[in-house]
Write a protein that binds this ligand. Structure first.
Ligand code: Q9C
Ligand code: ZN
Length: 344
């Protein structure tokens, strides 16, 4: 299986995220992707390719023009506020909530940071745009390879994507790589595409993007949002809206869940995807379900990722795998590559 690697991922390098009233070192660090690449190369698992550069239209198929314009210019605006900002990450500190207007674009930069985000854990840095934009190219390139007849392809990039919506960032995510890949498969003529999100955290961005659409099925296995991030989406009663009714499946599980029960949810998700009649599959491949993950609550072991990869392969669909979360930095390469190796 080909890997499309974002060689510019380290341009996105946040220093701090807000946690319990303090700024703590970021969990989403460049070493994560480097470990996955090193493990892929160590096991000689297929060709590592540079992404193709896609036109802006591929992004506007998913993201709003005003959000993309904001992301692209955000760093220069941040530094223009104060030259000393060049050494500081930009974090939002004010957000519109119920009763506020979001249709009027504020001139104030801090206000726009809040308008286009939902947490204070996703620092925007000097290279965030170039890293996220190149990551989107990796996801699109992987989708293009699969649309062109490859059985599977892997987009290895960071920052991750599944928390990013059409016009907001958060959860370490800026552009929704999995959604971009799914849309690309649709645009190449596949009529029904499924996104299976196995990251520990609910893929609120991906769900929101496709919630009213009947052509893209979204299934997610994740920590119960009653206790787990992103808290405000991911419940089992979210089944889709309008023409998309029935095309959304959430399988929230309690903290402490191991592969024995996690894999029951996987079977439910794959059965639904099969019933939906998906012609291709996009996997949001987070490995923060690992027992050793510092910010998550499931207890999967490294060998369980071999079983996951084997089961995904058995689903029999052309498959785009997109790297998402996984913060046990020393094991993230082993766990992610276990999925790929068993699939291949
Ligand atoms: N102190 C992904 O896995 N906050 N995003 C956790 C930890 C955000 C995770 C708080 C977690 C976001 C792509
Ligand atoms: Zn996650």
């Amino acid at each position: 299986m080909k890997t499309f690697f974002n060689h510019l991922h380290a341009q996105h390098q946040g220093q701090y995220e807000m946690f319990r009233g303090a700024l703590v070192p970021c969990h989403e660090v460049p070493a994560r992707a480097d470990h996955v690449l090193a493990e892929l190369q160590r096991r000689k698992l297929g060709e590592v390719c540079a992404p193709q550069a896609f036109a802006a239209g591929a992004l506007t198929a998913i993201h709003s023009p005003r959000y993309l314009a904001f992301l692209e210019s955000a760093w220069s605006e941040w530094v223009a506020l104060d030259p000393a900002n060049a050494t500081r990450d930009a974090l939002p500190s004010v957000w519109p909530t119920r009763s506020f207007r979001t249709d009027v674009l504020p001139d104030n930069f801090a206000a726009r940071m809040g308008l286009f985000s939902f947490d204070a854990g996703s620092p925007l840095t000097a290279g965030t745009w170039v890293a996220a934009r190149t990551g989107a190219d990796c996801a699109l390139s992987a989708a293009q390879a699969v649309a062109g007849g490859e059985r599977a392809a892997f987009a290895l990039s960071r920052p991750p994507g599944h928390h990013a919506g059409a016009d907001f960032f958060g959860g370490y995510c800026f552009l929704n790589n999995a959604a971009l890949a799914a849309q690309h498969l649709r645009d190449k003529g596949l009529e029904r595409v499924a996104v299976l999100d196995v990251d520990y955290h609910h893929g609120n961005g991906t769900q929101a993007i496709f919630y009213s659409r009947p052509d893209v099925f979204f299934a997610s296995i994740h920590g119960d949002p009653r206790t787990e991030y992103p808290f405000f989406l991911g419940h089992a009663d979210e089944t889709g809206a309008g023409a998309g009714e029935g095309a959304n499946l959430n399988l929230p599980l309690p903290r402490g869940t191991g592969y024995a029960h996690w894999s029951d949810a996987l079977e439910v998700a794959l059965a639904s995807i099969s019933r939906f009649g998906a012609e291709a599959l996009v996997v949001s491949l987070g490995v923060d379900t690992f027992a050793g993950d510092p910010i998550s609550g499931f207890t999967l072991q490294s060998d369980d990722y071999l079983r996951l990869g084997e089961r995904l392969q058995q689903a029999g669909l052309p498959t785009v795998l997109v790297f998402e979360g996984g913060y046990a930095v020393e094991e993230v390469g082993i766990n992610a590559v276990n999925v790929l190796q068993a699939f291949a």
